[in-house]
Ligand binder design. Sequence first.
Ligand SMILES: Cc1cc2nc3c(=O)[nH]c(=O)nc-3n(C[C@H](O)[C@H](O)[C@H](O)COP(=O)(O)OP(=O)(O)OC[C@H]3O[C@@H](n4cnc5c(N)ncnc54)[C@H](O)[C@@H]3O)c2cc1C
Length: 427
Amino acid sequence: MPKYVNQAINDEILEKLSLKNRYSFVNNNLMALLSADQFNYLKKVQKFCMRFEKKNDIVHGPGEDVYDWIPAFGAEGYITRAHTFEMIDVVYEEYGAVADFLRYLAVDNFDPQFAMGSGATVLAINPIYDHHENVPERLEALKDLVTGQSSGCICITEPERGSDAVHQLTTCDEQEDGSFLLNGEKIYNTNAPKSKWAVVYATAEKNNGNLMAQFLVNTSWEGWKCDRVNIPYVDKLYLGHEHLENLRIPKEYILGPVGKGREHMFEGLVPERIGIACGAIAQCWGAVSHAAIYVNMRKQFDQEVLKFQGVGFLLTDLWAKTTNLTLGLLKFCEEYDKKMEKFEEHIPANISRALVASASQFKYHCTNLSKQICYEAANLMGGAGLSDNTLMHDYVNISRIQEIVGGSRQIQQYIMSMSLRQLFKML
Ligand SMILES: Cc1cc2nc3c(=O)[nH]c(=O)nc-3n(C[C@H](O)[C@H](O)[C@H](O)COP(=O)(O)OP(=O)(O)OC[C@H]3O[C@@H](n4cnc5c(N)ncnc54)[C@H](O)[C@@H]3O)c2cc1C
């Protein structure tokens, strides 16, 4: 299977751009910033990715289906490390926000589209983890998703309700036996056409956020019809447009009853936004590591192009910003883990509110930076950065959608401005 239509980058540089060398670049940057445990864990995930790439002759080319890789990563516990999962006998030594950040960094450097797809599965894992109540049907779904037996998706967005996610039009009608019937449409749900499990929001009354509920859906059930939506920037991912027609949800699959849906949705937004921020920073490292290797080797006017200030100084700017924001995010993740431990996963409301603002700040800032860095790093590589010879085109493309997913840039700014209002009222 060809990796590219035509080789544009010379053999020597292309070889130097290997995953191994890009990991080395990242590691040499992070070695002094991470604790020994954190660093060793990062290297462990990297080692798995390198072996997996080599063993399966993965070339990140157009003929590969990233969904084929999920079972292998799931078996190693690399779909998510946000939690350990004693309730399904999947126990991890390293888990929490930091472990998941480092996992994401290694996996994203391996393949950004694959990492983003797994990230969407995590959005289905988190609410089941929070609300399984030891119901066997929910635990079965949790195990499938965590161990990579299947992909998952989260269905919030509707064709007519995007940013305004609390005024949904998809309805849920309770039946005499306690089951619900769902009717409506959802759209842009990452992984949906490939998912066995979906977490779906609906409302007992259209446009009424107070009456929202949250359901776990097996996509083989009658009433679930899903077509693929093509997002060319992430052409290997399958996004769904679902038509729900009298989709019956048995009682066991109600994760949040009517009246609890909105709360459950907001509860998931802090980890979701931090996850997107981690992905965005991982993309920055992917782009900077490519550019740093390339411009140290590429010669023009008989000199390595790094030595021209226009190139070298721009790269230092991208590098410094990436390092600094990585440190900020790492600090947030460390504090988040400490608080989760201290409050046994039930962080008090006042702290939680502050975390909502921080999550929006990071989501806003990291995705904004990633958009700039991936583009500029590719630009420093000239034609090579835009060609299909490396992952750079994936970075440029994926960095252009992260500001929309998980709440657009303007919505993060809106949330932050509300926080500023709260802070003022506290004076
Ligand atoms: C690649 C991709 C993956 C996605 N994955 C998922 C998924 O897994 N699950 C899921 O449920 N959804 C998913 N989405 C949907 C995503 O969350 C929505 O696209 C996003 O919330 C914006 O909604 P919208 O597209 O309807 O835009 P709209 O809400 O129509 O927004 C259009 C424009 O108006 C702006 N705007 C809207 N309201 C305001 C306001 N109050 N103030 C200022 N500006 C405003 C927006 O910022 C945007 O610029 C995905 C989308 C993409 C592109």
